[in-house]
Design a protein around this ligand. Structure first.
Ligand SMILES: C[S@@+](CC[C@H](N)C(=O)[O-])C[C@H]1O[C@@H](n2cnc3c(N)ncnc32)[C@H](O)[C@@H]1O
Length: 225
C-alpha cells in the first residue's frame, strides 16, 4: 500500500536532524537562517537556545500553540500508521522502531510548542507560505526547506515548485532543500526538470550527499546559489 497524504502534515524534526539533513557546519549555524515550512520542528527553539539567528515561516503559525497541538494530535496516528504499513521504505537504524519514531517526533514537537508563543513575540515564527514569502530580497544568508518541496510531489505542482524555489532564491543568498524524494521514497519526477530549469537560468545547482537517511535513498539535498 502506498503512502498517501491528502494534505500537508504538521510534523517536526530536531536541530540534530536538520544539521545532518543539510550538512550544517558550525559556520552555517552562525549565518542568518530562514527555515521555510519548519512547522512544528524544534530546529528554531534549539538553535535560538544556542545563540543562532533563525526565522521560521509556515502557514500553520497563524494558529495558537493549543490549536497546533490539536492539529498534531489529529494527524499523528495517520502518519505513524502509514509509516508502519510502509516500513520497507525506511531505514530502521538510527531510529530503531515505529515507537521510537513516535517518541523522537513528539519530543521535538513538544520543544517547539513550548517555545512557540515566546518565539512569535520575537518574530522568530512568522506566518507565511510559498510561493510568496513576507521577506525582502536577500534578507537571509541561508534558506532551508525540509520535508515540503519534492516530498509532497503528489500535492504540489511542478509550477508551484519552480515558483517556490525562485522565491526562496529571492529572499536568501543560498537555498538548501531536503529530501529529493516523494512520500513513497521514490525520486520526485520534478527533480530533473527543476535542476535543468535552474541551470538554464545560470543558477549554481548541486545535489549533495548528506549524512542523514531515514527514507531509503533519501540522503541528498539540493543546494542552490
Ligand atoms: C511535513 S512538515 C515538515 C516540518 C519540518 N520542516 C520538518 O522537516 O520537520 C511540512 C510543513 O510545511 C508547511 N507548509 C505547507 N504548505 C506550505 C507552504 N506553501 N509554504 C511553506 N510551508 C508550508 C506545513 O504547514 C508543515 O508545517
Amino acid at each position: 500500500m502506498a503512502i498517501r497524504y491528502y494534505n500537508i502534515k504538521p510534523w517536526g524534526r530536531s536541530l540534530k536532524e536538520y544539521v545532518r539533513m543539510f550538512n550544517l557546519t558550525p559556520d552555517d549555524l552562525e549565518r542568518k537562517i530562514l527555515g521555510c515550512g519548519d512547522g512544528s520542528a524544534s530546529f528554531n527553539a534549539e538553535l535560538t537556545e544556542q545563540g543562532g539567528n533563525i526565522t521560521s515561516v509556515d502557514p500553520v503559525y497563524i494558529f495558537s500553540a493549543d490549536q497546533i497541538r490539536q492539529r498534531i494530535d489529529k494527524t499523528y496516528n495517520d502518519i505513524i500508521d502509514q509509516t508502519q504499513k510502509n516500513q520497507d521504505k525506511f531505514i530502521w537504524q538510527e531510529i530503531g522502531s515505529i515507537e521510537e519514531l513516535g517518541r523522537i517526533r513528539m519530543s521535538a514537537m513538544e520543544k517547539f510548542l513550548k517555545d512557540f508563543a515566546g518565539g512569535v513575540m520575537q518574530n522568530r515564527y512568522m506566518p507565511g507560505e510559498l510561493p510568496f514569502l513576507p521577506f525582502s530580497d536577500k534578507e537571509f544568508d541561508l534558506a532551508l526547506c525540509s520535508h515540503l518541496l519534492f516530498l509532497y510531489t503528489e500535492n504540489l505542482s511542478l509550477e508551484f515548485h519552480l515558483k517556490s524555489i525562485e522565491e526562496l532564491c529571492r529572499v536568501s543568498n543560498e537555498v538548501r532543500i531536503f529530501p529529493l524524494l516523494d512520500a513513497n521514497a521514490d525520486r520526485s519526477p520534478y527533480a530533473e526538470p527543476i535542476i535543468d530549469y535552474l541551470r538554464a537560468r545560470n543558477r549554481n545547482v548541486k545535489e549533495i550527499k548528506v549524512a542523514y537517511e531515514f527514507q531509503k535513498g533519501g540522503n541528498t539535498m539540493l543546494r542552490i546559489c
